[in-house]
Design a protein around this ligand. Structure first.
Ligand SMILES: [Zn+2]
Length: 294
C-alpha cells in the first residue's frame, strides 16, 4: 500500500495485482519504435519492463481518495470470479482486494462514490461481487459514476457491439438496477475539489478526475496513459485505444496540464512508485516519479 497527500486529500493505492503485458511492447503499443524503446531500457528495467520475457510490467490498482467530504474509489480493477475468457489476467480471479481496502481503514460500506473512468474489464470489475450466485453492488452506499457515452458504447441493449455483454451484465447493469448509477454528460463537478472531465480516445466515453486545488492537484487519468514510456512518447497508443487520434490528443493535453500546474499524475497501470509529476523540457515530457508519503 502507499498513501500520497494532496492538500487535505489523501490518496491510497489499493492493489489488485502486478504482472506482465500479454504481448511484447511492439504489439502492445502502436506507433512503437524498437530503437527508441531500447533507449529507454535503463530506467525501465526491471520495474517497468522485463527484458527476459520482452513484456511490459503493469499494475492494476484502484485509487482510494479521501477528502473531508467524500470517500471515493476510482476504478475498481477486475473483480473476483468474473468470467473473462479473452484475458487470463482478468479471468476468474480470487484476490484479497477487499481485505486490502479494509487494511487502508475503509470498509465497502464507507465508499460513497465509485468513479469508473471507463468500462473496460479492469476498471469496473469490483463494482459488483458474487452473492449466492447473484451479482450485487460491492459498495452498498455508493453512487457509481460513469459517462453516458461510455455506457452506451457497451450496453448490449443499445450498442451494435455485443462482445462485452457479459461484462456489462455482471459489472454495470446491477448498479443501474439498484438505482446507484449516476450517468454523466460532459463535465461534472462533484464539489469544489473534485471535477470529472471527458478524456476521450482510449474509449469514446472515458473520463478523468481532477482532485484538489488548481495549484495542488492530482489528475486521475485512467488509461489516458498506460505505461510511463508514453510520457516520453505520447504519440504511442496501446492497441486497446479505440480512437487513436483522439487518444493522442487527450494524452498530450493531460501531460501539458500536469506540467503547467505541477499536478501529480495517478494512472491505473504504472508500476512502482505508481505516481509521477510531469516535467516539460524543450517541448518533450519526462516523468518525475513520486514515492508515497506513507
Ligand atoms: Zn486498463
Amino acid at each position: 500500500m502507499g498513501t500520497w497527500q494532496i492538500g487535505d486529500i489523501s490518496v491510497t493505492r489499493i492493489a489488485e495485482g502486478i504482472g506482465l503485458s500479454s504481448v511484447p511492447p511492439g504489439q502492445f503499443l502502436t506507433g512503437f519504435d524498437p530503437d527508441i524503446f531500447r533507449a529507454h531500457h535503463e530506467w525501465m528495467i526491471p520495474i517497468h519492463y522485463e527484458p527476459q520475457t520482452d513484456r511490459l510490467v503493469t499494475s492494476i490498482h484502484s485509487w482510494l481518495i479521501r477528502t473531508p467530504r467524500h470517500t471515493i474509489l476510482l476504478d475498481t480493477c477486475s473483480g473476483n470470479h468474473k468470467n473473462r475468457p479473452w484475458n487470463r489476467r482478468f479471468h476468474q480471479l480470487d484476490t484479497p482486494y477487499l481485505d486490502r481496502l479494509r487494511d487502508a481503514g475503509v470498509s465497502p460500506e464507507d465508499i460513497d462514490i465509485v468513479l469508473c473512468t471507463h468500462l473496460h474489464s479492469d476498471h469496473c470489475g469490483w463494482n459488483t461481487r458474487l452473492d449466492n450466485g447473484r451479482w450485487v453492488p460491492t459498495f452498498p452506499n455508493a453512487k457509481y459514476l460513469f459517462s453516458r457515452k461510455e455506457n452506451d458504447r457497451w450496453d448490449p441493449r443499445v450498442s451494435s457491439d455485443k462482445s462485452r455483454a457479459e461484462l456489462y451484465n455482471d459489472s454495470v447493469l446491477p448498479v443501474i438496477e439498484s438505482q446507484q448509477a449516476v450517468i454523466l454528460d460532459g463535465v461534472h463537478e462533484i464539489d469544489d475539489q473534485l471535477l470529472v472531465e471527458p478524456s476521450p480516445g482510449h474509449t469514446i466515453g472515458h473520463v478523468m478526475l481532477k482532485a484538489g486545488a488548481p495549484d495542488d492537484q492530482g489528475v486521475f487519468c485512467g488509461d489516458v496513459i498506460h505505461h510511463p514510456v508514453q510520457v516520453f512518447e505520447p504519440s504511442w497508443n496501446t492497441k486497446f485505444c479505440e480512437h487513436p487520434e483522439e487518444a493522442r490528443l487527450t494524452r498530450l493535453r493531460v501531460l501539458q496540464h500536469c506540467a503547467e500546474h505541477g499536478a501529480l499524475l495517478f494512472p491505473i497501470h504504472f508500476a512502482a512508485p505508481y505516481v509521477a509529476g510531469i516535467v516539460e523540457r524543450r517541448g518533450r515530457f519526462l516523468p518525475a516519479f513520486v514515492p508515497a508519503d506513507a
